[in-house]
Write a protein of this length. Structure first.
Length: 309
């Protein structure tokens, strides 16, 4: 079966334009998905391929998107695309009532990415949230609008969403942030994206528990995570009993706790993904503890944080 490289080999600018304009969207998606990053990088280095391909993908956006999600999308997005052989290219798109308009307008959010990452994103191969966590996708402005854009792309030939950026697998998160700077994590956890990350971590907290070790423990451990955009803190209590655990969000100030862990957003994300040792963090002052230290250590002993691949 011909590859993307084979399909456009020998085509001039008009031929490339006709390929992207007239080919079935499912076929374009299949060809891109079957291409390696190296192949795509070679292709986007061709000015005619990059220019015609990006324009066609944006103009035909509804064909690559799930109709219901696209209909709910509203706002102006600037795609600021970098390439190794020249200046960035900016494409502004207005989403409204299930349709798109290309042109110039003040954006609600600017999404910065390499051209190859952009192509992977719009063909449903990449998770926008993980790209952002890994520092491969820059977001300035309305971060949740950016994630909504990343959530509209459908699997080829179906109406099913290819990737849901709000469903964050803990191992994928741990892998995404393993090499990023603390400054980047501070940016992530200091913006609109924070609520999604914190909420998803605590929703999946029971998956981190070692049921066998926890079967003889009864613990109520609080978390106070500072650094919200509004200057406040997120508060949770994790209740461990009978080998399982439940999570209480925004507990009353006087709710019973054996101990409370106090830390900022970046260190919390590093802690729950196995990139920060809690004992070392305590010694370094990056993690503070109120309450029963023995109970806090028992809590640490029954937890298995995800490990990066």
């Amino acid at each position: 079966m011909p590859s993307l490289t084979d399909r456009v080999a020998g085509l001039d600018r008009e031929g490339v334009a006709a390929f992207f304009r007239d080919s079935d969207a499912v076929e374009i998606t299949r060809l891109i998905r079957e291409s390696s990053d190296a192949e795509l990088a070679d292709m986007v280095a061709r000015e005619d391929f990059r220019e015609q391909g990006i324009t066609a993908i944006l103009e035909r956006f509804p064909e690559f998107a799930a109709a219901d999600r696209l209909a709910a999308l509203k706002g102006v997005v600037c795609f600021d695309l970098s390439r190794p052989d020249g200046p960035n290219e900016c494409h502004t798109v207005r989403f409204e009532d299930g349709s798109i308009t290309l042109g110039q307008a003040p954006p609600d959010v600017t999404i910065r990415a390499a051209v190859v990452s952009f192509v992977r994103l719009v063909t449903g191969q990449s998770n926008a949230a993980l790209l952002y966590l890994a520092g491969r996708l820059g977001i300035t402005g309305d971060a949740m609008l950016a994630l909504e854009v990343g959530a509209v792309f459908r699997l080829p030939g179906s109406g099913a969403v290819a990737v849901d950026p709000t469903a964050l697998d803990p191992v994928d998160v741990a892998t995404a942030i393993k090499d990023v700077s603390r400054q980047h994590l501070a940016e992530v956890m200091g913006g609109d994206f924070r609520d999604l990350v914190v909420g998803e971590v605590f929703r999946r907290f029971p998956e981190f528990l070692d049921g066998r070790k926890a079967s003889r423990q009864r613990l109520d451990i609080g978390f106070r995570i500072s650094g919200r955009p509004d200057g406040g803190a997120d508060r949770f209590i994790v209740h461990v009993a009978e080998g399982g655990c439940t999570v209480e969000a925004d507990p009353p100030r006087d709710a019973a706790r054996d101990a409370t862990l106090l830390l900022d957003g970046p260190d919390f994300l590093m802690l729950v993904t196995g990139h920060l040792n809690p004992v070392r963090a305590l010694m370094a002052g990056r993690l503070r503890l109120k309450g029963d230290r023995t109970k806090a250590l028992a809590f640490n002993a029954v937890m298995n944080p995800p490990k990066a691949r």
